[in-house]
Design a protein around this ligand. Structure first.
Ligand code: ZN
Length: 476
């Protein structure tokens, strides 16, 4: 398919649309090792901007940045039994260096608990050292045996992981709330609507409990895009992370961990993109404004001169990331097409007519609306538009997300909801038995229960008083 050819239609064939769009803009899948992605400049820039936002949110709440080794000796990985049982099947092992066999094989980190916690026992001595909150942005490696899917299920995962240690279980529980709050802020900035779910099965290996954030894709599948785990004392006992309490006793620390990966990129694509290409929230758009001169032979000089002047003005008075596309090999139409595909939030067109009228033409990417703006109002208008685009993207995505969740009163209604590419919300008593029977009956996933929302009604399976809302659907 040529780059100028139309994208497949998002509404009719979501999967084809998604793969074609990310292939043209964010990634290159031709690297000869399945599940290992090459990020093109736009993909790499977008992701690092999102991670920068997250790192700032973590710092604001007193998390400190660290970096731990990517190789983890086998003995460390094996220290916590639930953990090794949970991750063993997907670990990459390094067994030799050149011609030398390593004395002990080392795992390419599948996640960093075991590397970090080995060292925390040196760092934590007393209650005065707590809470200790650290994070790192790095990649982790997992030999996914399921079908890989770019930006959704990769074998090298780019992520940010945070790890916290506390003096009591209550403090760890409070930290879980802070983790959720931090991620919620991040998703808001990216305009990704989501629901938080208390996971009932498939909890992260070594954790006591897990809360996960899900967004819903147009095909009705739920994408997990962040998890916050309470580890309790499982790891601290295994790694001997003890501290002196206020009353001079000894206890093991209580821990939490949370992580967000490149899946946020896939969510931005799926939630906001349209049949013309990406729609990127202004805050993380690597290019926020593209400036396109529109001229004929006779007014070329004049229009170009004015366009350069305008670029200088905007660059001088603001910090917006702006590009002037003065490539004369392409027509304005081809340029519009290209920058729409790349999701640039604002396009400024400047032609002879605009100059004569004393202004510019601005087109916003989210709703593709065009308007004329007078010269003296340009800067304030751009500022307003960026805010308005973010607000509009949040609102539009939220409404769509809500339309994808349908309350099912009876079990017979669930398959219909799922067939319409939606997610069923049901009342559930809290019994795991009921959850697995519902799963079998409707051949879908019981993802978990809503957090902080008490149900009213009776369990869709057993009819007893329902305490929770549960979500049933398809997942990635
Ligand atoms: Zn029940």
């Amino acid at each position: 398919m040529s780059e100028q050819e139309k994208l497949p239609e998002k509404e009719k064939n979501f999967s084809e649309w998604y793969h074609e769009l990310i292939r043209r803009t964010l990634i290159d899948q031709r690297y000869p090792f399945q599940g290992f992605l090459v990020y093109r400049p736009l993909g790499a820039e977008m992701f690092s901007r999102a991670i920068n936002i997250l790192e700032e949110l973590l710092r604001e709440r007193r998390h400190q940045k660290v970096y731990f080794p990517s190789l983890i000796p086998e003995k460390l990985l094996k220290k916590e039994e639930h953990h090794i049982m949970g991750v063993a099947h997907e670990v990459f092992w390094v067994t030799n260096a050149g011609k030398t066999n390593l004395e002990e094989p080392a795992a390419l980190r599948p996640t960093s608990e075991t590397a970090m916690y080995e060292m925390l026992r040196y760092w934590i001595r007393s209650w005065r050292d707590l809470p200790l909150k650290i994070f790192q942005s790095c990649s982790v490696f997992r030999y996914e045996t399921k079908h890989t899917r770019p930006l959704i299920r990769d074998r090298e995962i780019l992520w940010n992981e945070a790890h916290t240690s506390h003096a009591s279980m209550e403090e760890a529980e409070e930290q879980i709330k802070e983790g959720i709050e931090i991620y919620t802020k991040l998703y808001e900035k990216l305009a990704i609507p989501h629901i938080w779910i208390d996971v009932i099965t498939g909890v992260f290996a070594g954790a006591e409990s897990a809360k996960e954030a899900y967004t819903i894709f147009p095909d009705g599948r739920m994408l997990e895009m962040g998890s916050v785990n309470n580890l309790g004392q499982r790891f601290s006992r295994a790694f001997d992370i003890k501290f002196k309490t206020r009353d001079e006793k000894e206890d093991y620390v209580y821990q939490t961990c949370y992580g967000v990966s490149e899946r946020i990129l896939s969510a931005i694509v799926a939630v906001h993109g349209d049949n013309f290409g990406l729609v990127i929230p202004p805050e993380i758009a690597p290019i926020q404004i593209v400036l396109i001169p529109i001229f004929y032979k006779e007014d070329r000089e004049e229009v170009l001169k004015e366009t350069y002047k305008l670029k200088e003005k905007i660059s001088k008075e603001t910090e917006y990331r702006i590009v002037l596309d003065d490539n004369e090999e392409q027509t304005p139409g081809e340029k519009f097409y290209k920058w729409e595909l790349y999701g640039v939030p604002l396009r400024i067109e400047l032609g002879k007519k605009d100059i004569e009228k004393g202004g510019i033409t601005i087109v916003r990417r989210d709703i593709k609306k065009k308007e004329f703006v007078e010269n003296k109002k340009i800067i304030e208008k751009i500022k307003f538009l960026f805010e308005d685009i973010t607000r509009n993207m949040q609102k539009r995505a939220k409404e769509y997300h809500e339309s994808k969740i349908v309350f099912a009163k009876k079990i017979e209604n669930i398959p219909k909801v799922i067939n319409e590419n939606k997610v069923a919300k049901i009342v559930w008593c809290g019994d795991i038995e009921c959850a697995s029977k519902i799963e079998k009956q409707v051949n879908s996933v019981f993802v978990g229960k809503a957090i902080d929302e008490k149900a009213d009604g009776s369990c869709i399976w057993c009819g007893k008083t329902g305490k929770f809302y549960g979500y049933v659907g398809k997942t990635y």
